[in-house]
Every structure is written in structure tokens, then in C-alpha cells.
Design a protein around this ligand. Sequence first.
Ligand code: IMP
Ligand code: MG
Length: 183
Amino acid sequence: MDQNDLGTDIEKVLVTEAQIAHRLTEMASDIDRDYQGRDVLLVGVLKGAVMVMADLARALHSRVRMDWMAVSSYGSGTKSSGVVRILKDLDTDLKDQHVLIVEDIIDSGLTLSWLLSNLRSRGAASVEICTLLRKPEAVKVELDVRYVGFDVPNEFVIGYGLDYAERYRNVPFVATLAPHVYQ
Ligand code: IMP
Ligand code: MG
């Protein structure tokens, strides 16, 4: 899929396919270096992190295991509240595991702070966060994010796993939508 397939839906491309691929390679080599000699469990947060997980995992030289979680944060409208419900839990016991959470985007950071303390409470040896995108709000919360791909402006973005009403997840780049899409 490319921009031609999307008609007039795209307003602006913020991160291109090539930029994502290049940055993921850099992040993968940081992760390879930091976890040298340790077994890593990548934990992807469904559904948004599917693309990041698939491409990051293949850019790594380390042999990793992969598991998935699905969570929903209750909130009014599009803002998350920090009250999180687990829709699908991990299949893996985290005791003494080195866990790397793989996320698509951090906005308020509320979902991740909850997830971080939840996973830590299961006796993991370490829990770190890797996200492709980060919005400015995320900087305000006390959240130590080890690996960040790109800082993006405070706008609603789609593509590369990110959706608007479950659409646009298979767009290979990150973009904002034209106003008519929301009407
Ligand atoms: P928060 O950090 O708790 O506010 O929520 C982050 C989650 O909200 C992400 O994992 C995404 O699933 C979703 N999200 C936040 N910002 C966007 C966006 O711009 N586009 C699509 N989904 C978003
Ligand atoms: Mg997500």
C-alpha cells in the first residue's frame, strides 16, 4: 500500500517507510548491545504494536522470545484514563525474565505506567520500554522510556499499526489524516 491507494485521506506524512526502517535498525543495534548475553522477552501491546514488533524483532541479531498482551484503557472519548483492563494476558511466566515492552506510541503514558508496574509486580528481573513514537504529553509523566524511535507533534496519527476507527493500520508510513476523514 502507498499514498496513491489512500486518495485524499492523508494530510501529511510525518515519518516515511524508509525513516522507520532505518530507525528500527538503529534501535535494534542498541537493544542487541544492551541485552548482550541475556535472554529477552519482547512483549508487544496489541494491536498497534504489531508492525513495530514484526520489523524490530527481525532487525535484531539477538534470539528473543515474543509474547503479546491486549489491554484497554477506560476513559472518556479518545483520552485514556489510566484505568486499564487486561483483555489478553501473557502466556509467559515473567519470573526472573528480562522484559522489553514494545509499543507503537506513547501519548499520555498512563497505559504504559500501569503496564510497567503490573509486569514488574510479577517478579521480572527487568522491564524496559521501547516505542516507535512518542508525543509531547508523554514527557510530563514519570516514565523511563529506554528506546524511542521518533518524537512526534501532539496530533492524531495513523499508519504502521496505528488506527483511526480500526482503519489505516496497514499504511506503511506514519501520517496525519485530512479533516474530511473525521466528518
Ligand atoms: P496513553 O499513552 O495511555 O495515552 O495511550 C497510548 C495508546 O493510545 C497507544 O498505545 C495507542 O494505541 C493509542 N494512541 C495514542 N495516540 C494515538 C494516535 O495519535 N493515533 C492512534 N492511536 C493513538
Ligand atoms: Mg498501543
